[in-house]
Design a protein around this ligand. Structure first.
Ligand code: SF4
Length: 336
């Protein structure tokens, strides 16, 4: 585990992303807010369509039409990312905040050598480096992700899946960002390679003193890797807190179901799954979006949207990293 020190690396407030379709707006992200602390690893977990990848893309300002960031603030040090010009944001990408996208291994240019692709990224942000300096940086970066310098001369088709993933990582961290977002970084790899790539990612994170947001749907992987976990459902953050605390005492009924679906020795590795289907984001259910599937719903759940509030303060009350927040009426009751 990494050791976050309480400084906030990134603060996200009231983020809303809608996709405008002929049938109306699809509310992919609806009022998401959280803090990411320096040096920490925060997981964002949820089923497909929960808004986790859209949140990651919005933090990078990579939402494409018909999608639109409707509101929110994303504070990264002295920068408020959502109010930067396109050019300022282009400069901030890679240098301040970087994304290792889903399927990064397939996003490499097949007709360009690996070294040239890394150089392209560096040159887009830093001018005036000599050929020798660039070569040196490439070799340094390849070493950083545990690849041989000779990889620079290779084409993507000559690399294994794990090696391509490492090249993608080298490109993403080439400019030493403070925040790294990794979206399902190892989902296409086998378990052994997956573990090695994750170990490299976290070593790189430590060396850069960066914070990581790990986006995914694999609770088991999250349980092994992150300091805190945010659980998303239907475009909303429904629970967030320290990973152990959240696994031992989940405070939201949806998290309880996710945790109880984790395979364990006693349950002999069988996933129980969660009954019901995910709600339409075009026409979301009123009230708590989880109410049609919630085994613990009470009166008022189908009409009033619960707010994300602190429900477990943690032993040191001022340390917000230890707090567990949940958006559920069971903790607050509903208005009469
Ligand atoms: Fe279930 Fe109601 Fe809590 Fe939503 S607010 S998770 S429906 S108990």
């Amino acid at each position: 585990m990494s050791h976050a020190d309480g400084r906030i690396a990134l603060r996200v407030e009231d983020l809303r992303v809608h996709f405008h379709t002929e049938r109306g707006p699809v509310r992919a992200v609806e009022g998401v807010g959280f803090e990411l602390y320096a040096g920490e690893r925060l997981g964002l977990v949820g089923e497909s369509g929960s808004g986790k990848t859209t949140t990651a893309m919005a933090l990078m300002r990579l939402i494409r039409t018909p999608g639109r960031i409707e509101s929110g603030r994303v504070q990264l040090g002295d920068l408020e990312l959502l109010s930067l010009s396109d050019e300022q944001m282009r400069q901030a990408r890679f240098a301040r905040i970087s994304l290792i996208p889903q399927g990064v291994m397939n996003s490499l240019n097949p007709v360009m050598r690996v070294g040239a692709q890394i150089i392209d990224t560096i040159q887009a942000h830093q001018e005036g480096l000599t050929r020798e300096q660039l070569q040196e940086r490439v070799h340094e970066l390849l070493g950083f992700v545990e690849l041989d310098p000779s990889t620079a001369q290779m084409y993507p088709h000559e690399l294994s899946g794990g090696m391509k993933q490492r090249v993608g990582m080298a490109i993403s961290v080439a400019l030493r960002p403070q925040v790294i977002i990794a979206d399902e970084p190892t989902s296409a790899l086998d378990v052994v390679v997956q573990k090695r790539v994750m170990d490299t990612l976290f070593r790189v994170q430590k060396d850069l003193d960066a914070a990581v947001i790990l986006v995914g749907h694999d609770m088991g992987l999250m349980a092994q890797c992150v300091d805190r976990l945010g659980v998303m459902y239907a475009g909303r953050l429904v629970e967030i807190g320290p990973i152990q605390q959240l696994l031992e005492e989940p405070q939201h009924p949806y998290t309880r179901l996710l945790v109880s679906s984790l395979p364990s020795l006693e349950r002999k590795g069988v996933f129980r799954g969660i009954p019901g289907i995910t709600p339409s984001l075009l026409d979301p259910p009123p009230g708590c979006p989880f109410h049609p599937r919630c085994p613990e719903a009470i009166d008022g759940c189908s009409t009033q949207v619960p707010e994300l509030l602190t429900v477990v303060a943690g032993s040191e009350k001022d340390d917000t990293r230890l707090q567990q927040l949940a958006a559920c009426h069971l903790h607050t009751g509903v208005d009469a």
